[in-house]
Design a protein around this ligand. Structure first.
Ligand SMILES: C[C@@H](O)[C@H](N)C(=O)O
Ligand SMILES: C[C@@H](O)[C@H](N)C(=O)O
Lengths: 158, 158
């Protein structure tokens, strides 16, 4: 019954960048990602939750090797006088469960999160789509997460 | 040069639910999504950004027809005495740009956000993966967004 999941992917090559307290108005995301793209940095995951009091945070992941360059680019683009700030984390792993029609199988997200929590793994960031559910966790737990998710979804002793 | 994008999808059948101020520790996401799944509500997008002061928000989208049921389920599952609260929005559209290898083409996210901002469309929520970039916007702007994104990515006068 778990055949909808075709793959478990663990990526330990990325870093997280978060811009905090951005004004939630049209054009802000466009400007940010233009800056990063023009700097030649490739962005993988992008996560933005709903705003509170007109402000929100945008987090994205990039190759860890580009972290210095990316932080420099973004620092020039943000308005620190407006309380916008920057955080980053190089000690992450991005784990993804890939398949088809994940939405119509209510069990996948729940199983993925339960599997991680059963192993005491805290979920730092989540972004999902119909074909891929991705969570960012601490890099030190990447192997444990991979093993547990492979056992859960692929019936493999990884 | 835009052939990596194969589809522009606009979904106006969903609603957004956000649980605010959750404790950021292992097991919280698992409990939340178990509750929703056991109630028979199918979850599509899930977005969680990084925590601040040990707390974070989780947002997810569901069929708009399940909103009442979902809110009732979640209210029972959260600890309002711990300042955890619930918000929702039925007036959303989820717009997605789908393709292959979106990560390695730095232009796609930037173009998607720029196209929306050029039309004055504010981006409320973002969750992306290598094959699909999704943004939630106000439902009233769904047609404008679809037209603009089809013109940008599919060279169609939609
Ligand atoms: C925060 C950012 O996404 C903003 N809402 C925008 O549309 O660009
Ligand atoms: C907030 C929630 O995702 C929590 N970090 C968990 O792992 O369940």
């Amino acid at each position: 019954e778990d055949i909808v999941v075709s793959d478990v992917i663990v990526d330990t090559t990325q870093a997280r960048v978060t811009i905090k307290n951005l004004v939630d108005k049209a054009g802000i995301a466009a400007n940010l990602f233009s800056t990063v793209a023009e700097g030649g940095v490739m962005v993988d995951m992008i996560v933005q939750n709903v705003s509170q009091k007109g402000r929100t945070n945008i987090t994205f992941t990039i190759p860890a090797n580009d972290l210095e360059k990316c932080l420099a680019l973004v620092k020039n683009a943000i308005d620190t006088s407006d309380d916008v700030s920057l955080t980053h984390d190089a000690e992450i792993a991005k784990i993804s469960v890939a398949g088809i029609g994940l939405r119509s199988h209510t069990g996948v997200g729940e199983k993925m999160f339960r599997t991680l929590s059963d192993h005491g793994i805290n979920i730092l960031l989540v972004g999902t789509s119909e074909m891929r559910m991705s969570a960012v966790i601490n890099k030190s737990q990447a192997d444990a997460a991979e093993k547990a998710l492979c056992e859960m979804f692929l019936e493999i002793e990884a």
